[in-house]
Design a protein around this ligand. Structure first.
Ligand code: RP5
Length: 180
C-alpha cells in the first residue's frame, strides 16, 4: 500500500506531510491505475492525505472484506473505488462499511465501453449507495471526496473555493484571448 504525502494545496496550507490517510483510493487491477491516478493527482494538489492500492473483488475477495471492514478505524473517511467490466468492487466495499464510497466506472473493455461498470455502481439496490461519477471520471471523485471532507474541515473548504476560482479564471482567460 502506498501512502502519498500531500503536496502544497491550492490554499497554501498543506496538510502535515506525515498526516494519516483520510481517503482510500482502490481499484480492481493495475490496468486501472492510469485512470485512478487522476484522483490521486488532484487529492495531492488539494493537500488531502490518501492511500492508493489494489483490491480486487473477484481476485482478492478476502482482501476486499479486510480493507472495507478496517477502513474506518484506520482513519479513512471516504473511499474512492474504481473498476471496469462488471465492477463489483465499489458495491461490495460499500456493503462492508458505512463510509461514503465513490465509484469510478472504468472503460476497460472495448465491448460496451464502461456502461457495464456505470450500471453496476449506479444501480446499487436501496440502502447501500455508491456515489457514481462519470466513466473514467477519477478527478471528479477526488473533488467529491474533498467536498465531503470539506463539510467539517475549513482548510479543505477553502481549498475548494480556490479551486473553483481557478476553473473560472481559466474560462475568463480564454474569453480574453478570443477577444484579441
Ligand atoms: C476489473 O477488470 C478491473 O477493475 C479492470 O478494470 C478490469 C480488467 O482487469 P485486467 O484484466 O486488466 O486486470 O476487475
Amino acid at each position: 500500500m502506498t501512502t502519498h504525502p500531500p503536496a502544497a494545496s491550492a490554499a497554501d496550507s498543506p496538510a502535515a506531510p506525515d498526516a494519516s490517510p483520510i481517503v482510500g483510493i482502490i481499484m480492481g487491477s493495475q490496468s486501472d491505475l492510469k485512470i485512478m491516478n487522476g484522483a490521486a493527482e488532484l487529492l495531492r494538489q488539494f493537500g488531502v492525505p490518501f492511500e492508493i492500492t489494489l483490491v480486487s473483488a473477484h481476485r482478492t475477495p478476502h482482501r476486499l472484506v479486510e480493507y472495507a471492514e478496517t477502513a474506518r478505524k484506520r482513519g479513512l473517511r471516504v473511499i474512492i473505488a474504481g473498476g471496469g467490466g462488471a465492477a463489483h468492487l465499489p458495491g461490495m466495499v460499500a456493503a462492508f462499511t458505512t463510509l461514503p464510497v465513490i465509484g469510478v466506472p472504468i472503460n476497460s473493455t472495448t465491448s460496451i465501453r464502461g456502461l457495464d461498470s456505470v450500471l453496476s455502481m449506479l444501480q446499487m439496490p436501496a440502502g447501500v449507495p455508491v456515489a457514481t461519477v462519470s466513466i473514467d471520471g477519477a478527478p471528479n471523485a477526488a473533488v467529491l471526496a474533498t467536498q465531503i471532507l470539506g463539510l467539517s474541515n475549513a482548510r479543505l473548504a477553502d481549498v475548494l473555493e480556490k479551486y473553483r476560482t481557478s476553473l473560472k479564471d481559466k474560462v475568463m482567460r480564454t474569453i480574453e484571448e478570443l477577444r484579441k
